[in-house]
Ligand binder design. Structure first.
Ligand SMILES: [Zn+2]
Ligand SMILES: [Zn+2]
Length: 285
């Protein structure tokens, strides 16, 4: 498992890889714009070149970078205007990923409001198809959710259904968030149960679709359906899961980023170091 964290783009996009390298992250996630805004920035050639140059200098491959879509995006909204806005935002982010040469775009499936969950799944699949048609290389990653309110994407079955409805396109994958899965009711707090949960993920979705992970502990309980991240070991999941995950053969080579709360001006350096120590040191002869 490649360990990293979400990185800020304050001051310029190229500062995300710069900050990530400074604290020795193996991968990172970022936004391409203010996540609470509908503004779609047009990247200039100079910005794109600076970002790509920085990634090359800092040693980040396209597969070690992910963009998280805006939090406002609700691609299955029952409101047509909101839904259309979401689609345009996803397409804009997907194109920025292609321009910046970032392999993955992570997004939340959203909530269908007054519509049935089935209708929501259909609408997400439609948004994915349009976004893929409007982009070239980026792989769209559906993030599992805590399932708060009427939100969809909280079960492996729903995620598999969305993938199926796009014709199982090769540029679709999954980003698995540990806190969301736990809040949605998947028992991850013991290794025995966690192993069964991941075997289920493999059976229903397939490990080949698992492209990224969000490592977060959960302040809220199993099945609470409330999304509140906690620092690793300080929530209700506990350290056992993470110790098992960073060493699990199926997760080998997968990028995993922290999205846990930080103090003001704090970086993820210590948190990532702590995770890295959960891996046994490689003994050299
Ligand atoms: Zn997440
Ligand atoms: Zn979350």
């Amino acid at each position: 498992m490649k360990l990293g964290a979400h990185q800020s783009i304050a001051g310029g996009l190229h500062l995300a890889p710069e900050r990530a390298r400074r604290i020795d992250l193996a991968c990172f996630q970022m936004f391409t714009k203010a996540p609470q805004s509908w503004q779609e920035p047009d990247l200039t050639d100079a910005q794109i070149q600076e970002f790509r140059r920085t990634c090359a200098r800092c040693g980040y491959d396209r597969l070690e970078m992910a963009v998280h879509a805006s939090y406002l995006v609700n691609p299955c909204s029952a409101n047509e205007t909101t839904r259309e806005k979401a689609l345009q935002a996803l397409i804009a982010d997907a194109r920025r990923c292609d321009a910046l040469d970032i392999a993955y775009l992570v997004f939340h499936p959203g909530s269908p409001g007054k519509h049935e969950q089935e209708e929501g799944l259909k609408r997400v699949a439609e948004a994915i198809r349009h976004t893929l048609a409007a982009s070239e290389r980026v792989c769209l990653l559906i993030e599992n959710t805590a399932g708060s309110g009427r939100g969809i994407g909280h079960s492996f079955e729903q995620i598999a259904e969305m993938i199926d409805q796009t014709g199982a396109h090769r540029r679709i994958g999954v980003c698995f968030d540990t806190a969301h899965a736990f809040a949605a009711g998947y028992p991850l707090h013991t290794v025995k149960d966690a192993a069964l949960v991941f075997a289920e993920l493999d059976r229903i979705i397939g490990y080949e679709r698992l492209k990224w992970m969000h490592l977060n502990d959960s302040r809220t309980g199993m099945g609470s359906r409330v999304d509140r991240h906690a620092r690793i070991g300080e929530g209700q999941i506990g350290t056992a899961l993470f110790k098992w995950l960073v060493n699990a053969p199926f997760a080998k080579g997968i990028c995993a980023t922290l999205e846990t709360p930080l103090e003001k001006n704090e970086t993820y350096e210590k948190d990532v170091l702590r995770l890295r120590k959960l891996k046994p040191a490689i003994k050299r002869p």
